[in-house]
Design a protein around this ligand. Sequence first.
Ligand code: GLU
Length: 276
Amino acid sequence: MTTRFAPSPTGLLHLGHAYAAMFARDLAHSQGGAFLLRYEDIDGTRVRDEYYLDIERDLAWLGIQWDGTPLRQTDRLTDYAMAINLLKARGVVYPCFCTRREIQEEIQAMDGAPQGPEGPLYPGTCRNLSPEQRQHRIDAGEPHCWRLDTMAAAEQTGPLSFTDRIQGKIDVDPSLLGDVILARKDIATSYHIAVVVDDAMQEISDVTRGEDLLASTHVHRLLQELLGLPEPIYHHHRLILDAEGKRLAKRDKALSIQTLRERGASPEEVLQMVQP
Ligand code: GLU
């Protein structure tokens, strides 16, 4: 059994992170397994250097010890590029030249744009370009991202499912998040690619994460299958909510581990706040 905690160094850890880290560590340790730390740091616009150390200091203070050297996704860009190339070779991604504004306009003009769990999905505009149009625009240097051609991908994989230890067996719905971005315009990769490539490389047997990421797992199963990567077991756990029932965000400074520590809370008291 190997689990991991994968925070982004874009802010301080809060109670929700403490719960997620504890969940992953306890699961690994319940079976004598390893608990790894991974930095999801590909978003250079939001990452700040000091947060890596802040995260390690907060985890150490909470008594949550990880095994080995933390992995940084920024050290893994070559592997992500290889995965994207493989998907290109399989014909399951396409370049998308749309700007945010163009996508919004397209959605507004449509009568009933496809909806995902968090709002309208990409309407598929660039999926309909011909190979010549694509090549012409790439050659002309037009900025573009690469999107998953969900339906082409699902046709290649056939029906898929995954096991969630909390919710049971779940059938993959390939259209749930639509044609998601797999290689962003600015960083040529994405959360979805990085997470499946790293879970395989680090031999993560059990992926534990918040239930807000359940929809993403449908995409991840498709990608694992297309890339020939192993299928982990999933545990989508509850989220820690604030007093108003909203999920904690990094901008809510009040419940950061650092603030709680500065206000005199002990590690035991903080962990007590997120007990199941
Ligand atoms: N970075 C994500 C988070 O903090 C975790 C993603 C994952 O575990 O796949 O929620």
